[in-house]
Design a protein around this ligand. Structure first.
Ligand code: HEM
Ligand code: HEM
Length: 179
């Protein structure tokens, strides 16, 4: 049974894909390369994907607000204590939105701080680390990595330890076959 609106489900998987691509380009195509013209192609791609994520995350936030009905939580004092992975699942989801947004905004801020966007095109600075937002962008990417790992651990917990088909919660409902 899916818990989420199909639009939200599509946005979840599209964001996950874009986040993966943007991060892989950042770590394996930007960090190791010197700031030579050869870096312009992966950097432009990284910026385009990062800005798409910014737009997607904003849209996703409003789609979530418009489509998700809050569950009425009933407190049962006799219920067994929930494992940490379950207790932190919801706050982690909220932080995933926040940190994805912060990544895109600091990335955009960095390009502005470094004066890269000119009428003549994109100009690379000698060293990105001369600008404070470069370190902020890097630290935030590590925090985002930890958050995604926690999110995946919760999924692994439900799917493989509790034996619930958690993936179906964030997948499209299959129509019932006609009788
Ligand atoms: C292979 C990777 C992923 C798997 C297997 C996965 C799995 C899931 C599952 C099972 C749920 C439903 C949780 C529930 O209802 O309790 C969910 C929801 C959610 N996931 Fe993921 N996820 C993945 C990647 C990501 C990434 C990269 C992000 C961060 C951008 C993310 C952010 C969220 C959020 C915010 C929700 C709540 C629904 C929403 O607002 O869209 N997920 N995910
Ligand atoms: C959610 C979106 C984004 C993610 C996940 C992301 C991820 C990353 C990562 C992982 C790195 C390497 C960090 C390190 O290891 O120290 C990086 C570097 C960088 N990113 Fe992003 N980024 C995003 C958005 C953006 C945006 C929107 C821009 C610009 C418009 C941007 C511009 C840059 C720049 C200029 C660098 C530095 C490259 C270097 O040091 O050579 N990023 N990003």
């Amino acid at each position: 049974m899916s818990r989420y609106h199909p639009v939200l489900i599509s946005l979840h998987w599209l964001s996950a894909l874009l986040l993966l691509l943007t991060s892989l380009i950042g770590v394996f195509r930007l960090v190791p390369l010197p700031n030579s013209p050869a870096k312009l192609i992966p950097l432009t791609l990284h910026m385009a994907l990062g800005l798409s994520l910014l737009a997607l995350t904003i849209v996703r936030f409003f789609v979530r607000r418009a489509t998700l009905k809050p569950l009425r939580k009933v407190r049962n004092p006799l219920a067994p204590k929930k494992p940490f992975l379950v207790t932190m699942a919801e706050p982690v989801q909220a932080l995933l939105y926040l940190f994805t947004l912060l990544m895109s905004l600091t990335g955009l801020g960095l390009t502005l701080q470094a004066g890269m966007l000119t009428r003549a095109g994109i100009i690379l600075p000698d060293d990105f680390y001369a600008f404070p937002l470069r370190s902020v962008h890097g630290v935030l990417s590590s925090i985002l990595f930890v958050l995604v790992s926690l999110h995946l651990l919760t999924w692994v917990y439900y799917q493989f330890l509790r034996g619930e088909n958690a993936l179906a919660w964030i997948w499209f409902k299959t129509p019932r076959p006609p009788r």
